[in-house]
Design a protein around this ligand. Structure first.
Ligand code: AKG
Length: 287
C-alpha cells in the first residue's frame, strides 16, 4: 500500500490516502475548529483571500507573526468595507493558523500521531518536521476560492520539496469546494516565490506575476471525510468557492525534510524559539 502512495506522489504530484481518520476523529477536529470561533479576538479582523489584489493579508504584521500563534483569518465575504462582521462568527473564518500543531492539544495529538509518523516513513523521509498547520473552514456561502498555486512558492526548500498533508473533515465534493489538481505539474519546477521583503520584515513580495494556468489542466479530487491528500510542494492546485449548503472543513499541515535539505531563509515563515521545526519521529503527541 505504501509503495503505491509514494508512486502516486512521484507520478501525479499528489496521493490519496482514504480512511486516514475515522469519522469520530474528524468530528473531534471539527468541534475543536468550531470552538476556536467562540473565542474570536477583539483585534481588528485580518482577511485571508487569495483573490484579493496582491494578497493584502501578506503585508501585515498579524500574518507575518502567526508562525508561533493561533491566529484568526476571516473570509472576505464575511466582513463589510469597515471590517464589521456580516455573518455569524461561527461561519466567519477562512482559517486559523499557523501553530495549531504546537499550541493546541487536539491538533497536536493528530499531527504527531503514529499514523502521521508511519506515512512519513512510507514517504522515505529521514527527518520530517512540521513547519505550519492550518484549520481551513470553507464555510457554506462565504468560503472563498483558493487560486492556483504551488505550496513551494510559500515554503521553499531544496532539493527536496515540502509535502502538504490535507485531511478532509467532511466529504469534499465539487459542489462544496474540493481540491483540484494539475496532475503531473510537480515536474515543472518552481513557478514563482513569495519572499520576505528585505526592506520590511512585515511584508512579502512575489518575485514574478502569477502564472496563468489553463482550466483544462485541473482535475477535481473529491474525497470522503477522513481522507488525507498528500500534496507535493510543486504540484499546482486550487479550490473553488463553496457556494453549496455543506461545509468543507480541512486540517492541513506542511512537512519538510530536514536532512540534507535547505529551508530558504527568505520564506515568510521561519523557525523561532516558540515555533521550532520539530522532528515528527521524536516528538510526542502530548503538550
Ligand atoms: O483547502 C483548500 O481549499 C486549499 C488548500 C490549499 O491549497 C493549501 O493549503 O495549499
Amino acid at each position: 500500500m505504501h509503495d503505491t502512495i509514494l508512486n502516486q506522489l512521484d507520478r501525479d504530484g499528489f496521493a490519496v490516502v482514504e480512511g486516514f481518520l475515522r469519522d469520530a476523529e474528524c468530528e473531534e477536529l471539527v468541534a475543536a475548529g468550531l470552538e476556536l470561533t467562540r473565542r474570536l479576538p477583539d483585534t481588528p479582523p485580518t482577511v485571508f483571500s487569495t483573490t484579493q489584489p496582491e494578497h493584502e493579508h501578506l503585508k501585515g504584521k498579524y500574518f507575518m507573526e502567526s508562525n508561533d500563534k493561533i491566529s484568526y483569518f476571516y473570509e472576505k465575504d464575511a466582513l463589510d468595507a469597515d471590517g464589521k462582521l456580516q455573518v455569524d462568527p461561527s461561519i466567519s473564518l477562512n482559517k486559523v493558523g499557523h501553530a495549531l500543531h504546537l499550541l493546541h492539544p487536539i491538533f497536536r495529538c493528530y499531527t504527531y500521531s503514529d499514523r502521521v509518523k508511519a506515512l512519513c516513513r512510507a514517504l522515505h523521509l529521514a527527518e520530517p518536521a512540521v513547519v505550519q498547520s492550518m484549520y481551513i473552514y470553507k464555510n457554506p456561502g462565504v468560503g472563498g476560492e483558493v487560486v492556483p498555486h504551488q505550496d513551494i512558492s510559500y515554503l521553499h526548500t531544496e532539493p527536496i520539496s515540502p509535502i502538504g498533508f490535507w485531511i478532509a473533515l467532511e466529504d469534499a465534493t465539487i459542489q462544496n469546494g474540493c481540491l483540484w489538481m494539475a496532475r503531473g505539474s510537480h515536474k515543472s519546477g518552481v513557478h514563482r516565490r513569495m519572499l520576505r521583503s528585505p526592506g520590511d520584515r512585515n511584508k512579502c513580495i512575489y518575485d514574478k506575476p502569477a502564472p496563468v494556468y489553463p482550466e483544462s489542466s485541473f482535475t477535481p479530487v473529491p474525497v470522503s471525510k477522513g481522507t488525507c491528500i498528500l500534496i507535493h510542494g510543486n504540484v499546482v492546485h486550487r479550490s473553488a468557492a463553496n457556494r453549496s449548503a455543506a461545509s468543507r472543513p480541512a486540517y492541513t499541515f506542511h512537512v519538510v525534510e530536514k536532512k540534507d535539505n535547505n529551508y530558504s531563509e527568505d520564506n515568510w515563515l521561519q523557525e523561532g524559539e516558540n515555533a521550532p521545526f520539530l522532528n515528527i519521529y521524536t516528538t510526542s503527541q502530548m503538550l
